[in-house]
Design a binder for this molecule. Sequence first.
Ligand code: ADP
Length: 487
Amino acid sequence: MQILFCTSEASPFAKTGGLADVAGSLPEALHKLGCDVRIFMPLYRCAREMAPDLLPLGNGRTLRIGPHDYHVHFWQSSTPSGIPVYFLEKDEFFDRAGLYGSPLRGDYEDNAERFIAFSQSVRHLCEAAGWFPSIFHLHDWQTGLVAPYFKTNWRHDPRFARSATVFTIHNIAYQGVFPAGFFPLLNLPPTTWSFQGVEFWGQCNLLKAGIVYSDFVTTVSPRYAAEITTSDFGFGLEGVLKEREKSLRGILNGIDTDIWDPGADSLLPANYTAEDLSGKKTCKLALCRQAGFSESSFHFPMLGMIGRLAAQKGFDLLEKILPDLMKLPVNLAILGSGDASIEQSLQAMEKLFPDRLKLTNRYDEQMAHLIEAGSDIFLMPSRYEPCGLNQMYSLRYGTIPVVFATGGLENSVRDVFLHPDSGTGFKFTRYEPQAFLEKIESALEFFKDLRKWQEIQKRAMARDFSWAMSAKRYLAVYDKVWGKRNP
Ligand code: ADP
């Protein structure tokens, strides 16, 4: 099976969120299953820095976007473990500080053109590499257009005739919606401008393009796959997804168990295992120091929280419970950056409780590892969470999660009350401040009983979230769609 991952980000070359983790790790796991997997992504400024051994691939090519011609080049490198990575070089589009925008100005104004160019160039990349894969695995709106290009055009080319497309939705809230005036730039036949095509309430919707025209749609957890067919979670695309229900599957993301391994994590001051948790105390002490808590507060339970500061992540609930939460003997270490209004509100809360709440307001890998290891309890009250990685990291690090029962949080955390013998965390089922606070209080009650707590920690740490299982599920999807196209 030959698979090309078409993605707008992949670790370690470029990352803004979970997509990069998936696009970095899943190819490795598929490779171990014997697949010939390769990755194709834009050559951002950060990617150029991370891939110093770039080799040119073929001569330049010309893309036509609306009335404009763009000359582009392809480059080749590989992941640290040897998976080939192809890059699209178009500095005018990608040699920038951010991937999709800047914190001050928001999304780049030419994002449509940037990702139309990337999607169109997939075909040219295959020609330049002389490689025509069985499966084009597309991710999120940035590559959604590849699906209609395939269906309406590329498939007439015998070199692509046997190939199939799989489209993965990592977060349905981000749809790549552009005004109708952009339609001519997409280079699609007029028939695709309909409610059964890329048109969405009079605008172009590139995520919808991927959903409608790909051979199969996946998303990143079974629960989220069901949720996005409902109006509460579908962000307007629930009807479109309902129509594709037979070709829609949720596959829980794995985590990179080499990078996230408390027993060998080089970013930690001490390592530990489920059998010997003593190193976790050293991590907690280091976290207290690094985040700025007094060492005397070491004995308080440490609550940790990591994530993009986005409305999705449940900071509204946190804000509402904070006065009551801070009456309890706990410390709260938060790591995150993003939405300016959430940053300001967290900074205001930090001023109110300066000894007990510490916000590290930046992107910081080392701090993320230290919070996962040094906290006792991990908070993840996301309003919706397609999969979520941090709750799986926290389980693996014996840091017991308190989560809202949605999406991948529902699929990866087993509630201690519902499953006393196999529970790994605490889940609340009503998205309300009081329900969140009550679950934190329950967790703190359990925390007082060291024996009980360590039992939960051991169960959590024993859960297998490696990519091996998920990769097999993706392989089953590839086999199915490829089999359909090649009976
Ligand atoms: P999302 O994709 O919605 O951002 P996920 O939980 O799926 O959420 O993945 C987020 C990834 O980004 C995780 O690897 C998490 O550790 C990391 N991350 C998020 N914010 C930060 C930050 N401020 N510093 C370091 N890592 C972060």
